[in-house]
Ligand binder design. Structure first.
Ligand SMILES: CC(C)(COP(=O)(O)OP(=O)(O)OC[C@H]1O[C@@H](n2cnc3c(N)ncnc32)[C@H](O)[C@@H]1OP(=O)(O)O)[C@@H](O)C(=O)NCCC(=O)NCCS
Length: 152
């Protein structure tokens, strides 16, 4: 049976952070730290693992704020990318947000992250602003953030 046909979302637990970090560090040029994930869990953010048995395919971290859901991190393991899983995980996250009464989803993304921007646009997000010098970048520089929104 090909279990990759039926990935599931489940709550992230502290014991998952090693595996989450391993994916995070392999797919982001500027990865979150262990502390970032521990803080997200301790703060009660919506942290979900996307997996089949036995593979962790990716994860998503969402921060609820009133009727807005902020997408803080979405990552698919490198070996599972370009198979439609990022889109499916994003759709699941949007469905989850809708189901808890959220009216819109917001996110920040680096202008250089063309894969993520294409994913977000395809899912219905549009640019609503920019934050100048929001992200650290190579050689102690800074990179803007594009702020994107999708009405749920
Ligand atoms: C962004 C990310 C989650 C996409 O996951 P994925 O499983 O590869 O994406 P999908 O296969 O579902 O692709 C969905 C759409 O995204 C876009 N896309 C994904 N990867 C792309 C790439 N390398 N180049 C251009 N477009 C890309 C395409 O529009 C694609 O639709 P298509 O396949 O019909 O062309 C993945 O590349 C990733 O984990 N990147 C590193 C982490 C990151 O940057 N996260 C976002 C900021 S937190």
């Amino acid at each position: 049976m090909n279990t990759l046909l039926a990935p599931q979302l489940r709550d992230m637990k502290p014991a998952d952070v090693d595996a989450v970090l391993s994916i995070e560090q392999s797919v982001h040029a500027h990865p979150w730290t262990r502390g970032n994930f521990s803080d997200a869990l301790a703060s009660g953010y919506v942290c979900k693992i996307y997996e089949t048995t036995p593979a962790m395919l990716g994860f998503v971290v969402l921060m609820p704020a009133l009727d807005e859901m902020h997408l803080l991190d979405i990552s698919i393991a490198a070996e599972h990318q370009r198979q439609g899983l990022g889109r499916r995980l994003l759709d699941e996250a949007m469905q989850l947000a809708r189901g808890t009464g959220m009216r819109r989803m917001l996110l920040e993304v680096r202008p250089s992250n063309l894969a993520a921007i294409a994913l977000y646009r395809a899912a219905g997000f549009s640019e609503i602003g920019r934050r100048r010098g929001y992200y650290p970048a190579a050689a102690a520089g800074r990179e803007d953030a594009i702020v994107m929104e999708c009405v749920l």
